[in-house]
Design a protein around this ligand. Sequence first.
Ligand code: SAM
Length: 267
Amino acid sequence: MAHPKEILNRLKAIPLKSLSQNFLISPHWAEKLVEAFLCEGQYDEVWEIGPGLGALTQILTTKTQKPIQLFEIDKKLSVFLKEQFPSIPVHQGDFLDHDWNQLISPPRKVAVLSNLPYHLSSPMIFKMAENKNVLSHFLFTFQKEFADRLIAKPNTKNYGSLTLITEVHFSLKNLGTLPAGAFYPAPSVSSQAILFIPKPDSSEMLKTISLIKAAFSHRRKKMASNLKDVFPEVSWEACLEEAGISPQIRAEALTLDQFRFLSNKIK
Ligand code: SAM
């Protein structure tokens, strides 16, 4: 594939910061991401969000026979993609505006790949969580600082409600760090690739999420006091004691299993 600079010149376009347009130029990483992505799970089709100039798409087309669909917001790039990959549907527009019911229905499953626009990291993860019934797995690259929050351990500054709510929905595999030089233009930070495998929904999931949100509502306050504000009907000190947890504890010290145990106390 030609260098993005050359293609963009031809298209009379420039990389748009507002759309997080940093194009992958490392053949090593492009291969590695697509390989890891295609090897996971059981799926009927493949979607790529923000294919840009097609660095990942190009490899996808050579490595899978499954139907592919592309979702690109940029009009000029969408036209370019349609020319490059004439047999692949390109949906021009904001991926977050799509109604998944119009695109896929169970029992079909989709695998989703994206060298993600950084500014959409959280909404994209939540979109995936909403559509787990048709999702085989997804692989996203994130700004490293954001990825650090996803894979953080208890009692660290990056650990919080994002870490735990993501863990409620998905198992995560960290695929490594892409240096800034793997992209054109090079961003100011490095990126992290993470593969997400959905966990089955359970009846207590929503309760656990409400509890996590309440527990982290005021990070500096003791967790029992945060929980009391939202669920005053529960005697939290007694519940913590029963679980062998200090009533003085702050939310960032608890594991997901401990949150699950406590969520059973909510009526
Ligand atoms: N996948 C390409 C690559 O690896 O070289 C481009 C990645 S670039 C970081 C992000 C891409 O997402 C850009 O092509 C951008 O136009 C597109 N994009 C940004 N916001 C989007 C949205 N809301 N929906 C779909 N695509 C979007």
